[in-house]
Design a binder for this molecule. Structure first.
Ligand code: BJW
Ligand code: ZN
Length: 251
């Protein structure tokens, strides 16, 4: 629960959202943590147990594609039993409400788990791709694979080259249309909210700076302070699954 000392900031953030017709949101691994998806950083983060250089870089994939595929197969299987939580559902509710009032909510996520879509959010901007899709290393071939385990190292049906997870790894550029839509939303929104991200991975973290520089009211929801906390108007400390439903519930 948000502590009583947060009642005033929570009320302020609720007022911001209630008065907005264009809302843009950036989410990160923290919003899925209450569904059981591990975050990346911190004591029990993915990067404590696994090497980002080996498993989340094009160089690591080139060195040992089988190992990268095996790890991603395990992660996809683990996702099959995971459900969206109250935080995901609150954002989907807010989008429906804004759209019914002629407004708009753009949801950009760094997550690759598909949980926003499962909760009913539409037009989700997947900045770092998806664990549920694979793409060719050599041609534009791309396909949805869902929760099925892939072959040891799948090959492209069109050109025979290696397929790879359709995820954005370190040093790779984000999908251009997705990024441009998210950047446009950040600089044109009335309210920008960042949820459950450590705000250290760029260019995604730069969306907060862009929104604030463009004059948006801004809100952060996170368990702990991040580099974004000093930029935003209201920083709410707590679990996204508890704070977001309170933030977006109709008055
Ligand atoms: C809760 C909660 C609850 C918990 N409620 N809150 C120096 C060298 C090389 C590169 C760079 C460099 N400096 C900058 C770069 C660029 C690099 C970068 O930013 N690196 C920094 C880390 C230093 N960025 C890139 O490489 C990007 N591409 C790019 O910039 O292209 C241009 C370029 C080209 C060539 C060279 C340089 C630039 C691409 C970034 C791709 C990121 N991909 C990953 C991996 C996906 C792979 C996979 O999963 O298999 O995406 S990294 C990982 O971090 C993942 C995430 O999307 C991303 C962000 O993490 P996120 O979501 O913020 O999670 P956490 O764990 O960090 O934080 C969770 C937060 O939740 C915490 O704050 C908790 O407190 C909170 N929380 N529970 C609310 N219940
Ligand atoms: Zn191909």
């Amino acid at each position: 629960m948000a502590t009583p000392t947060q009642d005033a900031p929570l009320a302020r953030a609720r007022d911001m959202l209630a008065g907005a017709s264009r809302v843009a949101i950036l989410t990160g691994a923290g919003i899925s943590a209450e569904s059981g998806v591990p975050t990346y950083r911190g004591a029990s983060g993915v990067w404590k147990a696994f090497s980002a250089e080996d498993l989340a870089s094009p160089e690591g994939f080139a060195r040992d594609p089988e190992r990268v595929w095996q790890w991603h197969n395990e992660r996809r299987l683990a996702l099959a039993d995971i459900e969206p939580n109250a935080g995901h559902r609150a954002l989907a509710d807010l989008q429906r409400r804004l759209e019914a009032q002629g407004g708009r909510l753009d949801l950009a996520t760094q997550n690759i788990d598909g949980l926003h879509q499962a909760a009913g959010s539409r037009n989700v901007l997947e900045l770092h791709g998806s664990l549920l899709a694979i793409r060719c290393t050599a041609c534009p071939e791309r396909r949805y694979i869902g929760f099925e385990p892939a072959d040891a190292i799948p090959r492209c049906a069109s050109c025979g080259a290696l397929m790879r997870p359709a995820i954005v790894w370190f040093g790779e550029t984000l999908p251009q249309n997705v990024w441009l839509t998210a950047a446009e939303a950040a600089v044109t929104c009335d309210v920008f909210m960042t949820v459950g991200t450590s705000a250290v991975v760029y260019p995604a973290a730069g969306l907060v700076e862009m929104a604030v520089a463009s004059g948006a009211d801004s809100i952060e929801v996170n368990l702990e302070p991040t580099p974004a906390s000093d930029l935003v108007d209201v920083a709410l400390a707590g679990h996204a699954g508890e704070i977001l439903p309170r933030l977006v519930a109709p008055a």
